[in-house]
Each structure stands twice: as C-alpha cells, then as structure tokens.
Design a protein around this ligand. Structure first.
Ligand SMILES: Cc1cc2nc3c(=O)[nH]c(=O)nc-3n(C[C@H](O)[C@H](O)[C@H](O)COP(=O)(O)OP(=O)(O)OC[C@H]3O[C@@H](n4cnc5c(N)ncnc54)[C@H](O)[C@@H]3O)c2cc1C
Ligand SMILES: *[C@@H]1O[C@H](CO)[C@@H](O)[C@H](O)[C@H]1NC(C)=O
Ligand SMILES: *[C@@H]1O[C@H](CO)[C@@H](O)[C@H](O)[C@H]1NC(C)=O
Ligand SMILES: *[C@@H]1O[C@H](CO)[C@@H](O)[C@H](O)[C@H]1NC(C)=O
Length: 598
C-alpha cells in the first residue's frame, strides 16, 4: 500500500479545497426591517422550516444564523469528528459531573453543537434513525402530545427522505424527499458482516430499524449522497438560497425577543463581525430553532422561564414557565475497543493511502465516503421485554487518533490511552462498539448565570445519577462483549480490550464484576451527542411542558419552538431524522395558523 505523509495528505486536501465549488449565493449582509416569518437558527430544524415556508409561496422569510458557511471538509463523511472544536462548533463544556466523566479533564464533558449553516447537522455523524414506533405512541399516550402517534408522524418521515436500499424496497419508507439516506454495504466489511451475524445468533432480527423493526440490527443508514454529507444545509436550505422571498444572514446572533404585551413581535440581533445591533420585526410569527441549548437560552434572556431565576438575574418576566431549560436528557456512550487480528478496519494509514484518496476524490467512494459507523443494534433490557432499551453502534475504526479523539471528548491522557490501546499506531486494527442506554432517566438542566447574551449558559446533564441508567448501560456493555465472543466475530480474531483506569484500580478487570463495569461507564463514558427536551412539548395541563402539541410557546403569542428541545422524551436512536420530521410537521402548523389568522 502506498501511503503518503501526513503533510502531503494535508496538502492534497487543501488542493481539493480550491477545486471545490465556490461560496454560497443568497446570503445577505443586512436583513430588512420586517418579514412575515423570522426563523432563528439555521440548523437541522430551521433549515427544514425555512425551505417549506418559502418554496412555492409568497411568504417573506428571514433565517438568522450565528455561524458561517460550512467548510468543504464538512462534506467528507469520515472527517466529521475533525469539525469539533473549530469555528463551526459552539464548543460548550458541561459543568463538572459528580457521577460520570471521571476520565475527562475536570470531569467536564465537551459538548459540541454546530455553529454553522446546517447547525449540528453540519458536524454530526450522519446516522439516520427514526426512533421506535413506540416512542411516538408514548408521546401521544403518556406525554399528552395530541396527534403525535407513530401513525401521525409517519407521513412526515416519508415526506422528508429519499431512501436508497440495497435490498428490495418494502414501501414503508420515503423515496422522493430532500434528505438522502443511503445504506452501508455490509458485504464490503467483514467486521460489519460479523457484527450482524453475531446479532442474529443472539436471537435478534436483521431488518430495517426505521419503521419496520422495533428491536434488531441493521447496516447503518446515513445521510450520505454520492460520497458527501447530505443533511439540513445541503438537503433543505441550499436549494432555496436564491429565492427572492428568503433572506439569510450569517454570523449574526439573536440576543433577545421583543414583546408587545404578550405577543412576540421582533428579534434583537447582533452582527458579530461589526457589533451592529438591529431589530427585525415578524408580521406573523417568530420561530425558535436554536437547538437544545440555544432555544432555552434565548427564552430565558427574553423573560420566559422560571420566575425566581429570571428575577434573580433582573430579567423582566414576560411569562413564567418553570420547565424552560429543565428536564434535559442525553444518551451516554461507552466506547469499547476490540482488537482485530485481521486487516478489516479503517486505519489512519489506509485513509492516507493514495488508493483511498483516488477512490474518494475521483470516484466518490471508499472509506472517506463513509462515516465509519457501519451497523446499529437495538435491544431490550432482558429477554422478557419488548421495549427498546440498549443501543450499540459499530464504529469500525482501528487506529484512534489521539489528536482528534482525545481532544474532542476532553479525555485525560491516561484515560484516553487505556480506553484506546496503541492509539499512536496508525496501522492498528480493531473497532469500537459504542454502548448506550436509549432511555436514560437522569435529568439535567440548562440555566443562566448572567443576563449578558454572550455568556454561555450552564449545562449540567447529571449523567448516571439514576440507578436505572447504570444498570442499563452495563447491560449494553455486556451485550457488546457477548456479541464479540460469538463465532462470526471471533473468527476475525476479535478480542475485547478491558481498560485499566486508575479510577477503577480497586476492582478486578473483568466483564463479570459489575462494580468494574460501573466504574468503566462512569470513567470512559462520553456524551452521546443527543441532548434534548429542554423546552418539552406536552398537554395543556402539564406543568412540565413549555410548548403545546402545535409547538406554540405557552403564555405568549406569535412564538413557536421547532428543534430537538421540544422532544418530550428521547427517541430510540440518534435523533436527527426525527427532528427533521418534527420540523416538516411544524411547517404545516405554521402555514395553517397563518391562513386562519388572515
Ligand atoms: C458531534 C455530533 C454527532 C452527532 N451525530 C448524530 C448522528 O449521527 N445522528 C443523529 O441523528 N444525530 C446526531 N447528532 C445530533 C444531531 O446533530 C442534533 O440532534 C441535531 O442536529 C439538532 O438539531 P436542532 O435543529 O435541534 O439544532 P442545531 O442543528 O444544533 O441548530 C441550532 C442552530 O441555531 C444556531 N443558533 C443557536 N443560538 C443562536 C443564536 N442566539 N442566534 C442565532 N443562531 C443561533 C446554531 O448555530 C445552530 O446552527 C450529533 C450531534 C453532534 C454534535
Ligand atoms: C403569490 O402572489 C401572486 C401575485 O399576487 C399570485 O398571483 C400568486 O397566486 C401567489 N402565490 C401563492 C402561492 O400564493
Ligand atoms: C500496529 O498495528 C498493526 C496491526 O494491528 C500491527 O501489525 C503492528 O505490529 C503494530 N505496530 C506497532 C509499531 O506496534
Ligand atoms: C479479584 O479476583 C481474584 C481472583 O479471582 C479474587 O481473589 C479477588 O477477591 C477479586 N478481587 C475483587 C476486588 O473482587
């Protein structure tokens, strides 16, 4: 294999940059004074809402984004992790966690969120999962979200996606939407094939976890199209950028909402490069799509939230809603490393080989054209249960580059080294299974310490504070270890690596000791990148909710929230596809209300 040096590799990548198509049309220097609709945040959800509100209509729409344009690197699927801690990331950190993140500096988790057109969907890992049917049925039945059952949301999943399957299409998916979904070709990867066969040996079905199976395993489905990232920005926003009724402003933050009585009528914005402050009015509605951190942050700055907190910061109260910023949910991932005795994984040397470069830049194929996540698995807590509880993701990465992976998670050196053995070896063969608990019960919070919009909010996820979360995470870890021991994976010379954390030295390093496993989860676990639920949707009599079933903010008029913050509970898998679905629906609510207004 011909491999090129790291320096030359960077030079080639830089060269590709100059050959890449030029910058984005349709971006305005300054907005007008007034629009029908003002959308704040051009992330996953904001991009969808903007597209649906402007295409084929006479609505005038402004979308405001704090970040800039996505870099060309963001289009290369395998390089997604390298986008964190760049200007495309807000670069949040949680506060020190008492019961988790022991292997991270100051026990603080790095908490990436996209700050760029496309938002977190411009830096995310591209996995496309709807969630289980039961998740949405629970939204309706248990959380009081009227008309959010699986039957209600299915048409919007289908509307959003363009699924290309390797097998015969069964017709339950969407095939003509803007969001491309491709399926990993497991026949090309002995590790993915072994993983899926092991899952089958363990009694799980292999099929489509999106809309078909509640439990089971499948080759990963990703928002990749012709070898490139294909998400919020590329799929939804870019195609409408030139339309005369859509204005986009970037590098501009919303700092406050302005109310006339109880009606939200305008947004105060700050243009970051120049410091200019301006007010933009919305004739019909303001839509908050700032994400799980941004939306509660702006509500609190604008006087909507727990009354006591607002008063202590001297923010005039517009509406007292105790649930704003509360009830934060996140999934915690435990990366488990497995050695491989055969060359079957992605390694830094392979990525840098001339063959792979040629494959990608000329043919749009090869390891760079994939996210590295090759298979997904959803299982119950025990054989007697039918509820999705455990989640495994196969990340077929053998050499775990410390410069990228230690940095983005905020790992301490020693904890990183023992989590990922031989990380200095660019040819190291192995893979990672990310083990997590889908419906963790620990609830966190986001709150302010200052009324100054430039001060980041405090993020406290309270990871692993509930016993259930520990039990469930350990079950997921045990399942991963069991799969690796079954014949289809063992054939490849797979061996689980047990990390030797100084934090856990009092326990025997064995899968049989639950205290060791608990300590491992508390030390090696990192964020699953899926924080949700800080502005939950719920029924009108539910004091725990911030928005109603049409996503309208309680107690005020002219204001809706459309993003991951409204999820009443976690979905059974990474949430991006479900956020797109919510935004597709919200666009219809918004149009219906605008018509009935006039
Ligand atoms: C590293 C990483 C990997 C992930 N991997 C996956 C995956 O593989 N699959 C999956 O389904 N999900 C994944 N996720 C989660 C997924 O990306 C997010 O849940 C989803 O993108 C959130 O969408 P959103 O619309 O709620 O918010 P975002 O997409 O975060 O959008 C919010 C937007 O608002 C902007 N904004 C915030 N505040 C302001 C302000 N004051 N003024 C103006 N603009 C503002 C932000 O800059 C951002 O563009 C991942 C996330 C990360 C960070
Ligand atoms: C937009 O406005 C034009 C001119 O008033 C009108 O002819 C057209 O039907 C409108 N389109 C829509 C979709 O409302
Ligand atoms: C690096 O890893 C490969 C594959 O696992 C192995 O063959 C090789 O000996 C390792 N090199 C070093 C220097 O450890
Ligand atoms: C570790 O294992 C050894 C040998 O099996 C046993 O004697 C010892 O008690 C164990 N230690 C702990 C802390 O469980």
């Amino acid at each position: 294999m011909i491999q090129i040096s790291s320096l030359l590799w960077k030079a080639v990548i830089l060269g590709a940059f100059f050959l890449w198509p030029g910058s984005t049309p349709g971006i305005k220097e300054f907005p007008q004074a007034e629009y029908d609709f003002v959308i704040i945040g051009a992330g996953t959800a904001g991009s969808v809402v903007a597209r649906r509100l402007v295409e084929g209509t006479n609505n005038s729409v402004l979308i405001i984004e704090a970040g800039g344009e996505p870099s060309w690197i963001s289009s290369i699927p395998l390089l997604s992790p390298s986008l964190q801690m760049t200007s495309a990331d807000w670069g949040y950190k949680t506060v020190t966690q008492a019961r988790a993140m022991w292997g991270l500096n100051d026990q603080q988790a790095a908490w990436p969120r996209g700050k760029v057109l496309g938002g977190s969907s411009s830096i995310y890992y591209l996995i496309h999962t709807w969630g289980a049917k039961q998740d949405f049925n629970d939204w309706e039945k248990k959380k009081g979200c009227t008309d959010w059952s699986f039957q209600n949301v299915l048409p919007f999943f289908q509307k959003s996606e363009a699924f290309t399957s390797r097998k015969k299409q069964t017709g339950h998916r969407g095939y003509k939407g803007p969001l491309h979904v491709s399926e990993f070709d497991a026949s090309q990867s002995p590790v993915a094939k072994g993983f899926l066969e092991s899952a089958r040996d363990a009694g799980l079905d292999i099929g489509d976890l999106n809309g078909e199976l509640e439990l089971g395993a499948m080759p990963c489905q990703s928002n990749i199209h012709q070898g490139k990232r294909w998400t919020g920005f590329q799929a939804y926003l870019k195609p409408v950028l030139g339309l005369p009724n859509l204005d986009v402003v970037i590098e501009t933050v919303a700092t406050r909402l302005i109310f006339e009585g109880k009606r939200a009528t305008a947004v105060e914005i700050l243009k970051i490069p120049t410091g200019d402050v301006q007010h933009v009015r919305a004739r019909k509605e303001i839509i908050l799509s700032l994400g799980t951190v941004g939306s509660p942050h702006l509500l609190l700055l604008s006087g909507i939230g727990p009354q006591k907190d607002l008063e202590s910061l001297k923010i005039p109260v517009v509406a007292s809603i105790p649930a704003v910023g509360q009830g934060l949910l996140d999934q915690l991932n435990v990366p488990m490393y497995f050695h491989l005795s055969r060359p079957a994984s992605i390694t830094t040397s392979k990525v840098r080989s001339l063959g792979q470069m040629w494959n990608y830049f000329v043919k749009g194929k090869g390891v760079l054209a994939e996210s590295g996540i090759e298979a997904l698995l959803r299982a119950p807590m025990s054989q007697s249960s039918l509820d999705p509880a455990l989640f495994l993701m196969l990340f077929n990465m053998g050499s775990v580059n410390a410069d990228i992976f230690a940095k983005i998670a905020n790992f301490k050196d020693d904890a990183f080294r023992t989590s990922f053995p031989d990380s200095h070896n660019d040819s190291k063969e192995g893979f990672i299974i990310l083990a997590s608990c889908l419906h963790a019960r620990s609830r966190g919070e986001i709150y302010l310490t200052s009324s100054d919009p430039s001060v980041a909010p405090v993020i406290d996820p309270h990871y692993l504070e509930e016993d259930y979360d520990v039990k469930c995470t350990i079950q997921a870890m045990k399942l991963a270890a069991r799969l690796a021991k079954s014949e289809p994976l063992r054939r490849l010379g797979v061996k689980l690596h047990l990390p030797d954390y100084s934090e856990c030295s009092q326990y025997n390093q064995t899968m049989r000791d639950p205290r060791y496993l608990e300590c491992w989860a508390r030390t090696g676990g990192i964020t699953g990148y899926h924080p949700m639920s800080t502005c939950r949707m719920g029924s009108d009599d539910n004091p725990d909710s911030v928005v109603d079933s049409k996503l309208r903010v309680r107690g005020v008029k002219g204001l809706r929230i459309v993003d991951g913050s409204v999820f009443p509970s976690q979905t059974s898998g990474p949430p991006n596809a479900a956020i797109v679905m919510v935004a597709e629906r919200a666009a219809e609510f918004i149009m219906e209300d605008a018509v009935s207004d006039t």
